[in-house]
Ligand binder design. Sequence first.
Ligand code: AMP
Ligand code: MG
Length: 339
Amino acid sequence: MVTKKLDAINDYENSINIASEILKSGGIVAVPTETVYGLAASAFSDNAIKMVFTAKGRPQDNPLIVHIASIDMLDGITCDVPDIAYECAKAFWPGPFTMVLPKGDNIAESVSGGLNTVAVRFPSEKTICDIINTSGLPLAAPSANTSGRPSPTTAAHVIDDLDGKIDAVVMGGDCTVGVESTVVSLVGEKPRLLRPGAVTPEQLLKILPDLIVDDAVLEKLKDGETAASPGMKYKHYAPKTRAILVEGCSNSFVRFVNQKSDCAAICFEEEYYNINIPKISYGSKRDESTLAQNVFSVLRDIDSLGVKEVYIHAPSKEGMGLAVYNRLIRACGFNVVTL
Ligand code: AMP
Ligand code: MG
């Protein structure tokens, strides 16, 4: 299949119209959102959804997030929406925030991988909202990467993974948030944070004071344990190079990596000039939103360093740091060294 490259920077209207037509006729299109690029399909088309799973090589039991462009679109996609969901919507939509709610009758079976719930997000990025409104379709869209690879934050990342496997890519700019949405389940006894993102636990607690952070946010699932969010049980974001997450202060990190050979360091800007082995900075340790913007690009670049192992300096778990930490600990296969 030839993947159409739609230039949304220079030819926006046309790109939106062509993408919408492809989606209406059952095709699959990669689209920029504020979090990461998504691989979109009509949430009503079982066949298109199956094509998304195939293109990504995604396990069938890992459900997709349905993207909407108004709160009214919840009707039919969901049912029995609790009042608290509307309060969350008021606080965090449009934006990088996903709610797991009881599933309605209208959406394709394969969207939710056999669960009786559905994850829904109203993004803030204009491109995806314009495509939803032009096509009139809610769009099921996982990240537009090959399953297991770092999520794509540029059109080039999408093309690296999926060229020839999908109908089109809407080529917009780089994603501004850089990590996938915060996912909160509202179907259990208490609201539960399944995946941290740009909407932080501190912000969530103001609306959801009894929020529980699921163990899988920071810990490996134990053998035989069922994941509240199926995506959390899979290996994710990993470079081919063996990666190790390192916790400790800047001085200890610099001393530690400078003793290593045939290794590289992923470090903070503040440490860069003191490190004597191959290195990439992913931003200032005090600026978690920049760390989030860069984390997936850096994970994609690691293999080109040509080293045996890479040591990644862990961010703080405060604010958006928790989302970055959550992605890195998976990329490192829960391999952590504490200095
Ligand atoms: P991605 O599509 O790459 O952004 O990943 C979506 C994440 O949301 C995965 O971790 C899924 O397991 C999770 N998810 C989607 N739908 C549900 C659902 N109905 N219940 C729990 N988690 C879900
Ligand atoms: Mg993904």
